[in-house]
Design a protein around this ligand. Structure first.
Ligand code: PNS
Length: 162
């Protein structure tokens, strides 16, 4: 039974993420989208919100959603992951991912496999989506419907706790 772990911040999950998870599910018997909690990072959405939005985004894909509280490498060892699967939009993604792949293998012997996503989605990044939505732009063809709605709600309350 092969098991892929697709980790990320998912703040929020985008159609690019969904594309990668779907492709991973075509290769591996089991796929878990893992929402990472990094206290050093300032997120727009809470962990619970990111998990809820990710669950809605992968509905029907036979993909589980989980949270990693500590090191991803430890999580992968605990669940017996066959590999970490990450999407590449271009060279900059590889440059960012390469040291993490080496480190996760150093820590837990877990391999990282890279999947090239749909070129039509290569411009989508969570940070850009938040920027566009924050400026009142339309993100409906960049993210799942529930995310577009959540962005509208979150950004309609500037100065709140976010
Ligand atoms: O979507 P992102 O922010 O590019 O994903 C990065 C993420 C969350 C996968 C990475 O920061 C991570 O694995 N965080 C969990 C803590 C950890 O294991 N850190 C060491 C990474 S080598």
């Amino acid at each position: 039974m092969s098991l892929a772990v697709c980790p990320g911040s998912f703040d929020p999950v985008t159609l690019g993420h969904v594309d990668i998870v779907r492709r991973a599910r075509g290769i591996f018997d089991e796929v878990v989208l893992v929402v990472a909690h990094n206290p050093a990072k300032r997120y727009l959405f809470t962990v619970d919100e990111r998990v809820e939005l990710a669950r809605a985004a992968v509905e029907g894909l036979d993909v589980r959603v989980d949270v990693v509280e500590g090191l991803l490498a430890d999580y992968c060892r605990d669940v017996g992951a066959t590999a970490i699967v990450k999407g590449l939009r271009g060279g900059a993604d590889f440059d960012a991912e390469h040291p993490m792949a080496l480190m996760n293998r150093h820590l837990a012997g877990v391999e990282t496999m890279f999947v090239v996503g749909d070129g039509a989605l290569a411009h989508i990044a969570s940070s850009l989506v938040k920027d566009i939505a924050g400026h009142g732009g339309d993100v409906t063809d960049l993210v799942p419907p529930a995310v577009a709605q959540a962005l509208r709600t979150a950004l309609a309350h500037p100065g709140g706790t976010r």
